[in-house]
Design a binder for this molecule. Sequence first.
Ligand code: EAX
Length: 350
Amino acid sequence: MHTTTMTRVTSLIGATLLGLTTLQASAAPEIPPIPAVQGDVVQAEGDFKIKFSIGTTQSGAQYRGLEYFEKIVEQRSDGHIQVELFHSAQLGDDLQAVSNLQSGTLEMTAPSTSPLVGMFPEFAVFDLPFLFPTPEVADTVLDGEIGQKMLDDASRQGLVAIGWAENGYRQLTNSATPVTSPDDLDGLKIRTMQNDIHLDIWRTLGANPTPMSFAELFTALEQGVVDGQENPWITIEASKFIEVQDYASETNHVYTPFITLVSERFWNRLPAGYQQLVRDAAKQMGDYEREVSRTLNDQIKQQLKQSGMQITELTPEQVEVFQEKLAPVYDDWRDEIGGELIDAIRKASQ
Ligand code: EAX
């Protein structure tokens, strides 16, 4: 709690400073407005409350998506389902929130898939470097048969998985040096998500990786426990990492989805009509959140540049050097993840 409070105070100061610089340097990013709610009011069947907690901050695309979810569910249940939103890991980091769903003390969360690979090994495909060449390929996979099967497979162990949104393409930031090739990573301490493929990626590239939860990251960067981290532009900005990271490289090395999860204990108490409403709202939230994330991605990169972050945009040749160096990661993980799944995703890319 102490860490979170400190981080939030620092973020607030940072947000004000960044706000001032941004006002001078560029127009504020244009966020697609929250859409109007479509669909009728669902027949009333009791009163329910959903606490929905996420790890990212209130200024990211994810929270914006949650606001839309809240609006849909409250309007279409005519207020019989009340949704309460929590950001910045207020009710636990990604893994803690999932465990709170299992014990029934929290109703909903939407973590990155990566920390859940211990529970759902097939999620590891989302950790393989450079597997999703474009957001459209990600949509084809998430919204098609593969994505549906993964939701079904993840609907166990006390969880019901009902939709996909996105964290997005991850970029590297650090406090020490511009990075244009793996050689520049020599000895750099990089925080990774709690996930063995991510550890393998950064070790293979020559860095010195340390896994930790997202909730601990700002303080770890601030105190120099780690030199760098990787996350999408929007999450980098929303978490004010610019205060403690001077350099960034646009590596696009991994595409990370957010998975929308409901506590099975809560789900089983929910009448069928309300279950369908929550499913529909999760789908609409995911579509809208991805639109916000993609609209803001480039704007936010420009904003970070104008605010003084030194951003290296890698040439295709420079990206290839990273790709070649990371080829062994596929060999290491192919059998464990399932070669067929990897091939099916490659096919969807063609
Ligand atoms: O909820 O841990 C991370 O770097 C992710 O961006 C986090 O899962 C966001």
